[in-house]
Design a protein around this ligand. Sequence first.
Ligand SMILES: O=P(O)(O)OC[C@H]1O[C@H](OP(=O)(O)OP(=O)(O)O)[C@H](O)[C@@H]1O
Ligand SMILES: NC(=O)CC[C@H](N)C(=O)O
Ligand code: SF4
Ligand SMILES: [Mg+2]
Length: 443
Amino acid sequence: MGLVNTAFPPDALLKLRYGNLGICHTRYSTTGISELQNCQPFVVDTLHGKIAVAHNGELVNAHALRKKVMRHGVGLSTCSDSELITQLLALNPPLEEQDAPDWVARIKNLMTETPTSYSLLVMFKDVIYAVRDPYGNRPLCIGRLVPISKLHSTGAEEEDTEGWVVSSESCSFQSIGAKYYREVLPGEIVQISKHGVKSLSVVPRPEGDLPAFCIFEYVYFARPDSIFEGQMVYTVRQRCGRQLAIEAPTDADVVSTVPESATPAALGYAQQSGLPYIEVLCKNRYVGRTFIQPNTRLRQLGVAKKFGALTDNFAGKRVVLIDDSIVRGNTISPIIKLLKEAGATEVHIRVASPPLRFPCYMGINIPTKEELIANKPEFQNIAGYIGAASVQYLTVEGLVSAVQQGIASHQDDERIGSSSKSSKPVGHCTACLTGKYPVELEW
Ligand SMILES: O=P(O)(O)OC[C@H]1O[C@H](OP(=O)(O)OP(=O)(O)O)[C@H](O)[C@@H]1O
Ligand SMILES: NC(=O)CC[C@H](N)C(=O)O
Ligand code: SF4
Ligand SMILES: [Mg+2]
């Protein structure tokens, strides 16, 4: 529980120094409360030995699946959907030989029980399986450990590889001496062992269904230096800001950001509009992200501690302030108040994503409609309610086009074992914005 460096003091990490294989997980709780028992990896003993499972995502059918698993006589000891995955992987598929587990069959069995959302690492003996659900809702990518001398060179070749790493986000690679290799594809099962990386299978989606990578990863969730679908998140956010300036221009003196996630979008807005970019808020670097806190009290306390006004930069000026998203509305009102009290003559809010109106059941902790500010009566006059001179949002079309225009539809699939150029379908989940969920919800 807590930040990684609090949960694992140096002594605890020293114990790992002789290992050559492992998985770990930083939990952002979506199913089951923030308690130690729900922390991952989950480890269970199976007929063939222990397996350990780390899961990023949230099962859309967790409730029904829980009942189904229990009806088979499997007892569950936590409320976590990740435990459910672990138990499903421990089940013996019908045609499996007695002497060795058939991991492709087991994982395919899991995929038939639940369509989304999961990016998984499964460790069994000296092998790790990296798995992404057929919709590719959560990210997963592979990196190569290279000698430090090769870390920043562009020429490092595959023969320099000293080991393999897998992560939801590629930003983690550089800090452990690894280089980005490739993404795990939607539906793909990849085996990582001392023999290297091998793609075992790619499980298709139902006919006609597009991939549904979470668009909110681009908007807010991911770190800006991560790479998804061949593009850097920072660049996508900047494009969103440019698009926002086209869709929602403002008569103002300066452009600024609500640090940190909105900064690339604010720079994009400034570039497109020609208005000067300045900083209006000093962010307390010891206060983390507030949206990902598990309850409203902690989120609001976080916002209160987080910002100070850089008064000299904007007193007497009309400010257009960019945020990447307004979700529950905890962040924006106190900031506008702060800026106006510090001398801004007008504060115009421009949001680099559309209003969030629908809950997420696939890995972002917004489980109810009621908590979203866009569904409250106050939204009819949102500018007045939050104290802004005006409020405008990016359109769904604008967001989707800013995201998709950087994705090359023809990508070389050499690394997954096919040397031909193949056309990859492109698609994103926008359900929290549109109410169109990638799979039918059964409740
Ligand atoms: O409308 P709300 O419910 O307040 O949520 C939206 C805000 O929360 C996030 O910031 P956060 O402080 O989590 O992180 P950041 O520093 O990465 O921007 C996001 O960037 C918005 O600023
Ligand atoms: N992405 C995550 O860390 C969440 C995994 C899982 N749904 C949980 O709540 O533990
Ligand atoms: S509903 Fe929104 S937050 Fe959830 S997966 Fe879809 S795009 Fe992402
Ligand atoms: Mg923010």
